[in-house]
Design a protein. Sequence first.
Length: 250
Amino acid sequence: MSEQEIREGMLLAVWDEPPLDFDPDTLIRRVEQKKSRRRALVAVGVATAMIAVASLALPGLLPRDRDSQLGADTTTNSSAPPTLSVDKKAQRIGDQLAQRLEQQVPDFKDIGAGFHSGGRTYPPYSTSNAQKRPDEPELSGFVYFTDLLGPTSMEVVAGKNQPIATAFCQSAVLCHEVQQPDGSVVTEIELAEGADISSSIVVRTFRSGYTVKIGAYNYNVSTQLGLRQTVPVRVGVLTALVTDPAINWE
Protein backbone atom coordinates (compact mmCIF):
# COMPACT_ATOMS: atom_id res chain seq x y z
CA MET A 1 0.00 0.00 0.00
CA SER A 2 1.43 3.35 -1.11
CA GLU A 3 1.72 6.41 1.06
CA GLN A 4 -0.75 8.26 -1.15
CA GLU A 5 -3.35 5.52 -0.71
CA ILE A 6 -2.90 5.58 3.12
CA ARG A 7 -3.24 9.35 3.10
CA GLU A 8 -6.44 9.24 1.05
CA GLY A 9 -7.80 6.47 3.27
CA MET A 10 -7.18 8.53 6.44
CA LEU A 11 -9.01 11.49 4.91
CA LEU A 12 -11.96 9.32 3.97
CA ALA A 13 -12.02 7.78 7.44
CA VAL A 14 -12.32 11.11 9.19
CA TRP A 15 -14.39 12.94 6.58
CA ASP A 16 -17.72 12.58 8.38
CA GLU A 17 -16.50 11.48 11.84
CA PRO A 18 -15.26 13.44 14.86
CA PRO A 19 -11.49 13.65 15.04
CA LEU A 20 -11.21 11.53 18.16
CA ASP A 21 -13.28 8.65 16.88
CA PHE A 22 -10.68 6.93 14.63
CA ASP A 23 -10.96 3.25 13.65
CA PRO A 24 -7.88 1.74 11.87
CA ASP A 25 -9.89 -1.24 10.55
CA THR A 26 -12.34 1.09 8.87
CA LEU A 27 -9.49 2.99 7.30
CA ILE A 28 -7.96 -0.15 5.79
CA ARG A 29 -11.33 -1.41 4.55
CA ARG A 30 -12.13 1.86 2.79
CA VAL A 31 -8.73 1.89 1.14
CA GLU A 32 -9.27 -1.65 -0.19
CA GLN A 33 -12.70 -0.67 -1.53
CA LYS A 34 -11.16 2.29 -3.36
CA LYS A 35 -8.50 0.04 -4.94
CA SER A 36 -11.18 -2.40 -6.11
CA ARG A 37 -13.14 0.37 -7.75
CA ARG A 38 -10.00 1.57 -9.56
CA ARG A 39 -9.27 -1.93 -10.84
CA ALA A 40 -12.85 -2.34 -12.03
CA LEU A 41 -12.72 0.94 -13.94
CA VAL A 42 -9.42 -0.04 -15.60
CA ALA A 43 -10.87 -3.45 -16.58
CA VAL A 44 -13.94 -1.83 -18.10
CA GLY A 45 -11.75 0.56 -20.13
CA VAL A 46 -9.60 -2.27 -21.49
CA ALA A 47 -12.65 -4.32 -22.44
CA THR A 48 -14.19 -1.35 -24.24
CA ALA A 49 -11.00 -0.80 -26.23
CA MET A 50 -10.83 -4.47 -27.24
CA ILE A 51 -14.44 -4.40 -28.45
CA ALA A 52 -13.71 -1.32 -30.57
CA VAL A 53 -10.65 -2.94 -32.17
CA ALA A 54 -12.54 -6.16 -32.87
CA SER A 55 -15.40 -4.28 -34.53
CA LEU A 56 -12.93 -2.61 -36.92
CA ALA A 57 -11.18 -5.88 -37.80
CA LEU A 58 -14.34 -7.97 -38.15
CA PRO A 59 -15.11 -7.19 -41.84
CA GLY A 60 -11.63 -8.33 -42.86
CA LEU A 61 -11.97 -11.59 -40.94
CA LEU A 62 -15.38 -12.57 -42.24
CA PRO A 63 -15.43 -14.88 -45.31
CA ARG A 64 -16.25 -12.99 -48.48
CA ASP A 65 -19.11 -15.03 -49.82
CA ARG A 66 -19.76 -14.36 -53.50
CA ASP A 67 -23.48 -13.88 -52.83
CA SER A 68 -22.98 -11.52 -49.85
CA GLN A 69 -22.47 -7.78 -49.91
CA LEU A 70 -19.03 -8.12 -48.35
CA GLY A 71 -17.96 -10.45 -51.15
CA ALA A 72 -19.51 -8.45 -53.94
CA ASP A 73 -16.21 -6.85 -54.94
CA THR A 74 -14.48 -10.24 -55.35
CA THR A 75 -16.71 -11.56 -58.11
CA THR A 76 -14.98 -12.08 -61.44
CA ASN A 77 -16.27 -12.05 -64.95
CA SER A 78 -16.24 -15.71 -65.98
CA SER A 79 -17.89 -15.20 -69.35
CA ALA A 80 -15.87 -16.47 -72.29
CA PRO A 81 -14.48 -13.92 -74.74
CA PRO A 82 -16.62 -13.49 -77.83
CA THR A 83 -15.56 -15.61 -80.80
CA LEU A 84 -14.54 -14.04 -84.07
CA SER A 85 -17.04 -14.02 -86.91
CA VAL A 86 -16.22 -16.21 -89.89
CA ASP A 87 -15.45 -13.19 -92.07
CA LYS A 88 -13.11 -11.69 -89.46
CA LYS A 89 -11.36 -15.02 -89.03
CA ALA A 90 -10.89 -15.28 -92.80
CA GLN A 91 -9.42 -11.78 -93.02
CA ARG A 92 -7.16 -12.47 -90.04
CA ILE A 93 -5.75 -15.51 -91.86
CA GLY A 94 -5.18 -13.33 -94.92
CA ASP A 95 -3.34 -10.72 -92.87
CA GLN A 96 -1.17 -13.41 -91.27
CA LEU A 97 -0.29 -14.82 -94.69
CA ALA A 98 0.67 -11.36 -95.94
CA GLN A 99 2.91 -10.86 -92.92
CA ARG A 100 4.58 -14.26 -93.34
CA LEU A 101 5.08 -13.68 -97.08
CA GLU A 102 6.89 -10.43 -96.31
CA GLN A 103 9.21 -12.37 -93.99
CA GLN A 104 9.78 -15.13 -96.58
CA VAL A 105 10.44 -12.79 -99.52
CA PRO A 106 11.66 -9.37 -98.30
CA ASP A 107 12.00 -8.10 -101.90
CA PHE A 108 8.22 -8.07 -102.37
CA LYS A 109 6.45 -4.73 -101.95
CA ASP A 110 2.88 -3.58 -101.34
CA ILE A 111 1.90 -6.85 -99.67
CA GLY A 112 -1.73 -7.15 -98.58
CA ALA A 113 -4.66 -9.55 -98.49
CA GLY A 114 -8.37 -9.64 -99.21
CA PHE A 115 -10.26 -12.60 -97.73
CA HIS A 116 -13.88 -13.47 -97.04
CA SER A 117 -15.97 -16.47 -96.07
CA GLY A 118 -18.70 -18.38 -97.85
CA GLY A 119 -17.35 -19.27 -101.28
CA ARG A 120 -14.80 -18.31 -103.87
CA THR A 121 -13.83 -14.77 -104.70
CA TYR A 122 -14.57 -14.29 -108.38
CA PRO A 123 -12.89 -11.57 -110.42
CA PRO A 124 -13.46 -8.72 -110.48
CA TYR A 125 -13.79 -8.90 -106.65
CA SER A 126 -17.36 -10.14 -106.49
CA THR A 127 -18.99 -13.24 -105.11
CA SER A 128 -21.68 -15.39 -106.64
CA ASN A 129 -25.17 -14.89 -105.27
CA ALA A 130 -26.22 -18.41 -106.20
CA GLN A 131 -26.92 -20.96 -103.50
CA LYS A 132 -23.72 -22.35 -102.06
CA ARG A 133 -22.77 -25.70 -103.52
CA PRO A 134 -21.43 -28.56 -101.34
CA ASP A 135 -17.98 -28.17 -102.87
CA GLU A 136 -17.80 -24.43 -102.22
CA PRO A 137 -14.92 -23.48 -99.88
CA GLU A 138 -15.45 -22.04 -96.43
CA LEU A 139 -13.10 -19.15 -97.14
CA SER A 140 -11.08 -17.81 -100.03
CA GLY A 141 -9.10 -14.78 -101.02
CA PHE A 142 -5.95 -13.33 -102.50
CA VAL A 143 -2.59 -12.26 -101.18
CA TYR A 144 -1.43 -9.28 -103.22
CA PHE A 145 2.16 -8.15 -103.76
CA THR A 146 4.45 -6.43 -106.23
CA ASP A 147 7.70 -7.96 -107.44
CA LEU A 148 10.25 -6.78 -110.00
CA LEU A 149 7.82 -7.43 -112.86
CA GLY A 150 4.85 -5.62 -111.32
CA PRO A 151 1.73 -6.31 -109.24
CA THR A 152 0.37 -9.86 -109.00
CA SER A 153 -1.28 -12.17 -106.45
CA MET A 154 -1.67 -15.67 -105.02
CA GLU A 155 -4.96 -17.46 -104.49
CA VAL A 156 -5.95 -19.19 -101.25
CA VAL A 157 -8.93 -21.56 -100.94
CA ALA A 158 -9.81 -23.49 -97.76
CA GLY A 159 -12.65 -25.77 -96.69
CA LYS A 160 -14.00 -29.29 -96.79
CA ASN A 161 -15.26 -31.29 -99.80
CA GLN A 162 -12.53 -29.83 -102.01
CA PRO A 163 -10.86 -31.70 -104.88
CA ILE A 164 -8.22 -34.11 -103.65
CA ALA A 165 -4.64 -32.97 -104.03
CA THR A 166 -3.64 -35.79 -106.35
CA ALA A 167 -6.12 -34.50 -108.93
CA PHE A 168 -3.62 -31.78 -109.71
CA CYS A 169 -0.83 -34.28 -110.31
CA GLN A 170 -2.01 -35.81 -113.60
CA SER A 171 -0.01 -33.45 -115.78
CA ALA A 172 2.39 -32.07 -113.20
CA VAL A 173 6.15 -31.95 -113.50
CA LEU A 174 6.34 -32.17 -109.70
CA CYS A 175 3.97 -33.94 -107.30
CA HIS A 176 5.47 -34.56 -103.88
CA GLU A 177 3.77 -35.43 -100.57
CA VAL A 178 5.24 -34.52 -97.18
CA GLN A 179 3.77 -35.94 -93.96
CA GLN A 180 3.45 -33.38 -91.17
CA PRO A 181 3.89 -34.02 -87.40
CA ASP A 182 0.20 -33.27 -86.72
CA GLY A 183 -0.95 -35.95 -89.16
CA SER A 184 -1.78 -33.61 -92.04
CA VAL A 185 -0.26 -34.13 -95.50
CA VAL A 186 1.26 -31.38 -97.66
CA THR A 187 1.26 -32.00 -101.40
CA GLU A 188 3.60 -29.85 -103.51
CA ILE A 189 2.66 -29.53 -107.17
CA GLU A 190 4.20 -27.67 -110.11
CA LEU A 191 2.83 -27.43 -113.64
CA ALA A 192 4.83 -26.28 -116.64
CA GLU A 193 4.30 -24.68 -120.02
CA GLY A 194 7.28 -25.63 -122.07
CA ALA A 195 10.42 -25.15 -119.98
CA ASP A 196 8.85 -22.64 -117.58
CA ILE A 197 6.77 -23.24 -114.47
CA SER A 198 3.26 -21.96 -115.02
CA SER A 199 1.66 -22.94 -111.68
CA SER A 200 2.95 -23.61 -108.17
CA ILE A 201 0.34 -25.20 -105.92
CA VAL A 202 0.57 -26.50 -102.37
CA VAL A 203 -2.34 -28.36 -100.77
CA ARG A 204 -2.46 -29.22 -97.07
CA THR A 205 -4.98 -31.91 -96.13
CA PHE A 206 -5.89 -32.28 -92.46
CA ARG A 207 -7.16 -35.46 -90.80
CA SER A 208 -10.65 -33.93 -90.57
CA GLY A 209 -10.80 -33.60 -94.36
CA TYR A 210 -10.26 -29.83 -94.24
CA THR A 211 -7.94 -28.72 -97.02
CA VAL A 212 -6.02 -25.52 -97.74
CA LYS A 213 -4.75 -24.75 -101.24
CA ILE A 214 -2.34 -21.89 -102.00
CA GLY A 215 -1.55 -21.28 -105.66
CA ALA A 216 0.80 -18.95 -107.53
CA TYR A 217 0.48 -18.65 -111.30
CA ASN A 218 2.21 -17.04 -114.25
CA TYR A 219 -0.47 -14.32 -114.25
CA ASN A 220 -2.30 -12.19 -111.73
CA VAL A 221 -4.97 -14.64 -110.55
CA SER A 222 -7.06 -11.90 -108.90
CA THR A 223 -7.56 -10.06 -112.22
CA GLN A 224 -6.84 -12.82 -114.75
CA LEU A 225 -4.35 -10.38 -116.34
CA GLY A 226 -0.63 -9.65 -116.12
CA LEU A 227 0.74 -12.67 -117.96
CA ARG A 228 4.41 -13.37 -117.21
CA GLN A 229 6.96 -15.99 -118.16
CA THR A 230 6.96 -17.93 -114.88
CA VAL A 231 5.41 -17.99 -111.43
CA PRO A 232 6.46 -15.33 -108.87
CA VAL A 233 6.52 -17.83 -105.95
CA ARG A 234 7.66 -21.46 -105.90
CA VAL A 235 6.41 -24.33 -103.76
CA GLY A 236 9.05 -23.87 -101.05
CA VAL A 237 7.60 -20.52 -100.01
CA LEU A 238 4.02 -21.78 -100.33
CA THR A 239 4.77 -24.77 -98.08
CA ALA A 240 6.26 -22.47 -95.45
CA LEU A 241 3.05 -20.41 -95.53
CA VAL A 242 0.57 -23.26 -95.36
CA THR A 243 2.45 -25.00 -92.51
CA ASP A 244 3.09 -21.89 -90.42
CA PRO A 245 2.13 -22.88 -86.84
CA ALA A 246 0.85 -19.38 -86.05
CA ILE A 247 -2.01 -19.72 -88.56
CA ASN A 248 -5.03 -21.62 -87.28
CA TRP A 249 -6.67 -22.95 -90.44
CA GLU A 250 -9.35 -25.22 -89.02
